[in-house]
Design a protein around this ligand. Structure first.
Ligand SMILES: N[C@@H](Cc1ccc(O)cc1)C(=O)O
Length: 331
């Protein structure tokens, strides 16, 4: 796979393709980052962007993980002290998940976001941005129904982080895209470059396939799930025998979250998949790529129950080191 294909593998969108192509010409030493609001336990959304970081690490990128303590505080996630405490645990969980510790720069937001220079640049961006634009950028990230002033400052700080962390590529889930577009539009006003961005897809709600999976509503997969819990969650998941399910009665689009997890989590980390089946049902099935697995589900060769059984096992393998780390952190 050439560098461009590796960088953009499984991305929902890159902004812009030309900019990513020029990064791909010489990826060595280029810097990519994801920022996370610290929380006690990683969930599948964190793991999805982390998969991309691991791939970029392999492509030669320097990886920066921002533990965005000030952002979590601005987004109403608790007292600053509480949030800080969880940041360290989160870092350890990322390492357990597979981010090479010696090759990853973990930065706490408060290490630089409270400096005078940063603050003055932030105020300069505030002058350039109207409130409704900031609010719109935050709509999918904000906790609570009504936007606070803190939540309007939040996306501007996120934009500024890209400058202060000196990154060449900003990564985030699709819910970050409006913040990144705001960053592209406003950073030039303070003399900085518009950042190049890559967005990872969102996984559909596990039980319905409608909308996105969320750690705050509905069933989500987390790093502390036991093997048994994973099996139960996956068994109950929505998985019609097709990769493009029919819209539901309300005409809402559905996706197949079981297939999405194979595509965005299992294949990128394991490379191949074996679905174990008793001889009498045709024996084991082996797949080298996502496409062949998805088309076997479409054709009926692969039964959803067998796909789910395999998925639960691979997920268990993915979360096991982090689960062990969480156990140590709590003892
Ligand atoms: N907005 C990100 C967190 C974040 C904060 C600051 C950044 O610079 C980047 C990302 C989230 O929703 O979790």
């Amino acid at each position: 796979m050439d560098a461009y294909d590796l960088i953009t593998r499984n991305a929902a969108e890159v902004v812009t393709e030309d900019e990513v192509r020029s990064l791909a010409e010489d990826p060595d030493g280029k810097r990519a980052y994801v920022g996370y609001e610290p929380s006690g336990v990683l969930h599948i959304g964190h793991m999805l962007t982390a998969n991309k970081l691991i791939e970029l690490q392999e492509a030669g990128f320097e990886i920066v993980v921002l533990l965005a303590d000030v952002h979590a505080y601005l987004n109403g996630k608790g007292t600053f002290e509480e949030i800080r405490e969880t940041a360290d645990r989160m870092r350890e969980q990322f390492v357990a998940y597979g981010l090479e510790e010696s090759d990853t720069e973990f930065v706490l937001g408060s290490e630089f976001q409270l400096d005078e220079e940063y603050t003055l640049d932030l105020h300069a961006l505030e002058l350039e941005t109207n409130l409704s634009r900031a609010e719109r950028a935050m709509a999918e990230i904000q906790s609570g129904d009504t936007a606070t002033v803190a939540q309007a400052v939040y996306p501007l700080m996120q934009a500024l982080d890209i400058v202060y962390l000196d990154v060449d590529l900003a990564i985030g889930g699709m819910e970050q895209r409006k913040v990144h577009m705001l960053a592209r539009d406003t950073l030039p006003s303070i003399g900085a470059d518009a950042p190049t961005c890559l967005h990872t897809p969102l996984i559909a709600d596990l039980s319905t396939g409608v909308g996105k999976m969320s750690s705050s509503a509905g069933v989500s997969i987390s790093m502390e799930d036991s093997e048994e819990e994973l099996r139960e969650k996956v068994n109950k998941a929505y998985c019609p025998p097709s990769r493009d399910p029919e819209p539901d009665a309300d005409g809402e689009d559905r996706d197949n979250p079981v297939l999405q997890i194979f595509e965005y989590h299992v294949f990128p980390r394991f490379g191949e998949v074996v679905v174990e089946r008793p001889e009498q049902y045709g024996g084991d099935l082996e797949y080298d790529d996502y496409e062949s697995l998805a088309s076997d589900l479409d054709s009926g060769e692969l039964h959803p129950a067998d796909a789910k059984g395999a998925l639960a096992e691979y997920l268990n393998e993915l979360v096991a080191p982090g689960r062990e780390k969480i156990r140590q952190q709590r003892s």
